[in-house]
Design a protein around this ligand. Structure first.
Ligand SMILES: Cc1cc2nc3c(=O)[nH]c(=O)nc-3n(C[C@H](O)[C@H](O)[C@H](O)COP(=O)(O)O)c2cc1C
Length: 368
């Protein structure tokens, strides 16, 4: 029977257990996106805490794809030394690290993007801070190319895998969703057309890293919004990705405009509020051949273990619990199976914006 602490492999990437640190923007990079020694230290601490795989915070592939302060960029060869120091530190601590590649599309503002944001369609929507500009075909091709260049750099700089950010209302998700994609050309309309940008990004990334290197995706299996991406449409995307050779799909759901059904739900204080994307992930698992990861509200060892044993999940991803307890995997492995101490207050975001890096505000309160 599968176990949370099984050793597994994804292509040539050997993982010590089935626990994954889901991508978490840390707000610890320079204004131009260069990673800092503080961020390297943060990842080294996570690796030392026993997590099987770290997925980096979302990392923009072109400057106008930046959303938040302190976000990482992989758009230039100039950051080679800083990235090599980061991957080297994680490996020295026995860890594995994937970089999450993103373009924010319309889900950013002029101040962060350095220009009017670009999106599939120029729409006024709750999830967009401004009305973006509609992407031209040439700009679409330039962004696809930038994903490929980012992936090439990632492999050269020592990352163990790349993950495409196809969730939470960012550009790939904007193309998939009928709410944000109203294009009438080959990139809009039918679900096949709405998948075109994603599949072209995937193919370009695959060409850049080669057949042996793990290419993963975090995919929203629903937008949790009226008129947004449905599970049925997401299953079409998952089926296409699986057939094309994706190495794992991490299932999430929602956008920042999805209210109580956002990707980062608050107040997970009972087991029945945990694992809030598990039903979607089970549906994805049924249509794909690749491993499936599931993220969203995992706090109890038993809930995580059951998702592996009973629901066939290949990996369990967590974000907030590991901000509070980077050594949670080691604690569980050592036999202390009490739930994560994270109370899902979402207080960790603010220091990322205001103080140069995320941390658990509850832990800080305890110490002061
Ligand atoms: C501070 C913070 C930053 C996040 N940044 C990202 C990100 O860069 N990319 C991403 O895909 N999800 C991001 N997320 C969402 C998490 O990866 C995860 O999907 C969500 O928090 C639910 O998992 P959890 O209940 O284990 O925290 C972030 C969440 C938090 C709290």
């Amino acid at each position: 029977m599968a176990d949370l602490f099984d050793a597994t492999t994804i292509k040539n990437m050997a993982l010590g257990n089935r626990l994954v640190r889901s991508a978490t923007w840390e707000g610890m990079c320079e204004a131009d996106g260069r990673p800092t020694p503080k961020l390297t230290g943060f990842y080294q601490t996570l690796a030392a805490g026993g997590i099987g795989l770290i997925i980096s915070g979302y990392t923009f592939v072109r400057p106008e794809g930046k959303q938040m302060r302190g976000k990482m960029g992989i758009h230039t060869d100039e950051f080679a030394d800083s990235f090599r120091a980061m991957t080297g530190a994680v490996h020295a601590a026995g860890g594995r690290i994937a970089v999450q590649l993103v373009h924010a599309g319309g889900q950013t503002d002029t101040a962060n993007a350095g220009r009017r944001p670009l999106a599939p369609s120029a729409l006024k929507l709750a999830q967009y801070p401004e009305v973006p500009e509609e992407l031209s075909r040439a700009e679409i091709q330039a962004i696809i190319d930038a994903f490929g260049q980012g992936a090439r750099r990632a492999r050269a700089w020592g990352f163990d895998a790349v993950q495409l950010h196809g969730a939470h209302g960012y550009l790939i998700n904007q193309f998939l969703s009928p709410l944000t994609n109203r294009r009438t050309d080959l990139y809009g309309g039918t679900i096949d057309n709405r998948c075109r940008f994603l599949m072209e990004v995937y193919q370009r990334v695959r060409e850049a890293v080669g057949p042996d290197f793990p290419v993963l995706i975090k995919l929203s299996a629903a937008d949790n919004l009226a008129g947004g991406l449905s599970l049925d449409d997401a299953l079409v995307a998952a089926t296409k990705l699986s057939a094309a050779g994706i190495d794992a799909i991490e299932v999430s759901a929602g956008t920042p405009a999805s209210g109580k059904q956002s990707p980062v739900r608050a107040d997970i204080d009972a087991e029945d509020k945990e694992a809030y994307n598990l039903d979607l992930a089970r549906a994805v698992k049924k249509v794909v051949r690749c491993p499936v990861m599931v993220v969203g509200g995992f706090r109890s060892f038993d809930v995580a273990e059951e998702a592996v044993r009973e629901s066939g999940m290949d990996y369990i991803s967590m974000a907030r619990p590991l901000i509070r307890e980077p050594d949670l995997p080691k604690r569980w492995l050592a036999g202390d199976r009490r739930p994560a101490t994270c109370i899902s207050c979402n207080g960790c975001f603010l220091p990322g914006i205001k103080e140069g890096g995320i941390y658990c505000v509850q832990e800080k309160k305890k110490k002061t």
